[in-house]
Ligand binder design. Structure first.
Ligand code: TGC
Length: 387
């Protein structure tokens, strides 16, 4: 029988038994290991590093990659996992995205067999942490403007520059750093213990507090010749990784929205005002119904995108549709959910405002709303309008 409150359109009937099993395993992990502590972690600005190995054991790190200890799951399974993790907190899903979709996928897609053997198994297990350095203090939406340089030095390379907003960098064992060279933009695999590499967490964040974002400084970082990712030159290298992360985000955002909605549905059924549960008020029902409409639509967008990805037919422009729509929608849902909670909604006792604040980061990284609007605008009209 249809569970109208949680799956109005019976979207679960579009999933396989394996997909549902994977989802329930991740949901159980979130319920047990994240949900009870997330308020404290958010308040203390603490990222629970110890969860990395647990997530590795669950096969969540680089889970859509094949070989080298990775789980080799489908795009839809990866998406379902992202949704469940972000129902816990965007910061935890961000860890999985940065590790698997950015750092591991850069090495998996563009690395040498030796680089893959050296780094991927430990990263899949959560024993090694990776980060991905593209954005710079003066190059965000336009990474073509990056100023970090790598110059040849004998048979090796020397890197100088700075990166900003780099997830996990201060606890990472390895950084994939994108830098300009005489041949164009190249990626470098940089062990973070290399002299000249420093990463400092950015403080004072009002968003994504149970996660780490850093400033990286690269000062005369000397690397051997084989530090360069040999299989790609140019921005299509990092963009291919961003596609993976953006894809996971469209699923994850629906997880945050679902958690906010379920939180306030339960609250509205029990909280009484004017002698009746606030769920009995027409205005509350209107808000709840709008949430259900948008969560179901956004989940269908993510699922169709995932099916296209698994069929090898997904275009980057289609990823922009889901990233733009689902994150923007999720923020609205979380903010509306907060209003049902009244004053209680501004505390960490309830998830909606924490999710809404987190999603401000999610809407900004991996392509802002504006960037994805213009990617779609170019796809529709054939005219680039970026500048
Ligand atoms: P354009 O300069 O024309 O293209 C360069 C080359 O890249 C190719 N390309 C893509 N390839 C694969 N997937 C995509 N999505 C691609 N988009 C572009 C393109 O075909 C070209 O290839 P080639 O062979 O001709 O050299 O760039 P564009 O005009 O297509 O793109 C402009 C724009 C604004 C869309 C792009 O610059 C963009 O997406 N900007 C947003 C950047 C962004 O998302 N930054 C977030 C970085 S994440 C990070 O550093 C840390 S946050 C995560 C964390 O650590 O927590």
């Amino acid at each position: 029988m249809t569970d109208f409150a949680n799956d109005y359109l019976d979207i679960d009937t579009l999933l396989t038994a394996e997909e549902i099993e994977l989802r329930s395993n991740v949901r159980g992990f979130v319920d047990e290991r994240i949900r009870p502590h997330i308020g404290e972690w958010f308040e203390a600005a603490h990222f629970p590093r110890e969860l990395a190995k647990e997530m590795g054991r669950l096969g969540l790190l680089g889970m859509h990659l094949k070989g080298y200890g990775c789980a080799g799951r489908s795009a839809v399974e990866y998406g379902l996992a992202a949704l469940e993790l972000e129902a816990g907190d965007s910061g935890i899903r961000t860890f999985v995205s940065v590790q698997g979709s950015l750092a591991m996928s850069a090495i998996h897609k563009h690395g040498s067999p030796e680089q893959k053997r050296t780094w991927l198994p430990g990263m899949a297990a959560g024993e090694l942490i990776g980060c991905f350095g593209l954005t710079e203090p003066t190059a965000g939406s336009d990474p073509a403007g990056l100023v970090t340089r790598a110059v040849r030095d004998g048979s090796g390379w020397v890197l100088n520059g700075a990166k900003r907003w780099i997830g996990l960098a201060s606890i990472a064992d390895v950084a994939v750093i994108w830098a300009g060279t005489d041949e164009g933009i190249r990626g470098f695999v940089v062990p973070t213990g290399t002299p000249g590499f420093t990463a400092i967490p950015i403080t004072g964040k009002l968003s994504m507090r149970a996660s780490i974002q850093c400033d990286i400084t690269l000062q005369d970082v000397r690397l051997p010749a084989d530090a360069v990712l040999p299989e790609v030159t140019g921005l299509k290298g990092p963009f291919a990784c961003l596609n993976e992360a953006r894809y996971g985000i469209m699923w994850g955002a629906m997880g945050a929205a679902r958690d906010a909605y379920q939180t306030v549905l339960a609250y509205a059924q029990h909280r009484t005002q004017f002698d009746q549960p606030i769920a009995a008020f027409q205005l509350t029902q209107h808000k709840l119904v709008d949430m259900v409409l948008e969560i179901q639509k956004g989940t269908l967008v993510a699922l169709q995108t995932g099916r296209l990805k698994d069929a090898g037919k997904l275009r980057p422009e289609q990823i922009s549709f889901g990233k733009l729509n689902n994150v923007r929608t999720a923020i609205e849902i979380c903010r509306n959910a907060r209003t049902i909670l009244g004053g209680n909604g501004i505390t960490l006792d309830y998830s909606p405002l924490r999710h809404a604040n987190n999603l401000e980061s999610v809407r900004t990284y991996e392509g802002t709303d504006e960037v994805h609007t213009l990617i779609m605008g170019r796809a529709i009209t054939g005219i680039p309008a970026f500048a």
